[in-house]
Design a protein around this ligand. Sequence first.
Ligand SMILES: O=P(O)(O)OC[C@H]1O[C@](O)(CO)[C@@H](O)[C@@H]1O
Length: 429
Amino acid sequence: MSSVVAEPLIGATPNSFAYKTIKERWPKIVTKVIDELHRSYHPAVNTHGQEYGDDINSIIAKISETRYRMETNKPLLDFEGKTEDEKQWNIHLNEMLEMAGEANFTWYNLPWLFVECYLYAKLHEFCTSTKHMKDYDLFKVEKTKAFFDSKAQIQALSVELIDWEKDRNVDEKMVLTRLLQIDLWGNKCDLSLSCGDAHEQIHDMFQKLDQFAPMILVNDIEIAVEHIMTKCKGKDFHIVLDNAGLELFTDFALAEFIIDRKLAKNVIFHGKDYPWFVSDVTEGDYKWVLNSLENDEKEQVKILGKRWKNRPEFIFKHEPFWTTGYSFWDIKDKNEKLFNELKSAGLVLLKGDLCYRKLVGDRSWPIQTPFKFALQTCTIPVFVLRTLKAETVAGLSENAVKTVREKYGADDLTWMVTSDYAVAQLNIP
Ligand SMILES: O=P(O)(O)OC[C@H]1O[C@](O)(CO)[C@@H](O)[C@@H]1O
């Protein structure tokens, strides 16, 4: 088995998903943002005045230039360096320049993970450098729509949660298993893979969990349930959040059960400092979702929204580390305090594809590489729930490889990027 650290995925690899992403998906994502900004121009000027309109124009111009630079594979540009975050980004850019050399310091030739994070950090910089739009969320419209599109599932799950709560003799293992499965498939709902388009939601997804089970290529849910029930008491349970909307609701649902049954002391939710990968949870989204739940017309949703808003055991944090371009191999080096906090956790639940990419360094691992090896220096107790949306995965068994190879053959990697397959992988160091 491999003892060599695999190479990072890069956009320059012909026919790769990274290539397709830079060539088609990112231009589509940023064009949508530009369209939305154009649409908001006149209403914004009418309400807030011309200076606001000038800000919108400045953001549009900078995004258009960025789109041109990515499409023509130009070198990455420094940040203005006005904020601490931007200074750190400039340091990382320099490290990358040294590592890759000038000729390869471009959109397609640098590691895909780094460049993708850079893109979202740049979009944020374009907002912070304006006078009136420093906190503007370029993806709010899409996130709001996605949340309302999921209402039926949220209402149905709320009814289930309240029923479980009333039944103090309910089989806790069964409920936890179900909640983890729901939380896993909730990860199908990100707006980055769909380039911001509304989802073709599988509306009865949570009623079909048994049907979905064979699509979980590595399934450590049972061991994770055992771990949560026996090893987390009196400790904090961390969730590194992914997408706002339905997925965030499924995170809350899991957290509620954990706290209600006193399986952990607190649930620490880690969100992003600013809008990230289209639909990642910011503090604004976290609060907005809770308010929307509290104001829902369905009684059970209202009860939960109100309770979660005031739950002292639900703690929201946003560390700058999550919006850097570093992989989780660098947590200890870049933020030792965060590393120690996670290291002493009962469990750190990592949500989604981006978390997974960062966990395994976004490398082209042979797919049977032992999971532990792919984590390298990331020695925190992790459980990752991820639907596959990028061509990196480790820890697949002989059987799992057979399943996908029988259907797709050895060369077709489509199964890695559709979010139809999933992994639920645990590593307790
Ligand atoms: O929301 P998730 O699950 O982290 O997915 C985001 C992922 O989707 C993609 O847009 C698909 O590749 C990636 O860029 C990113 O890793």
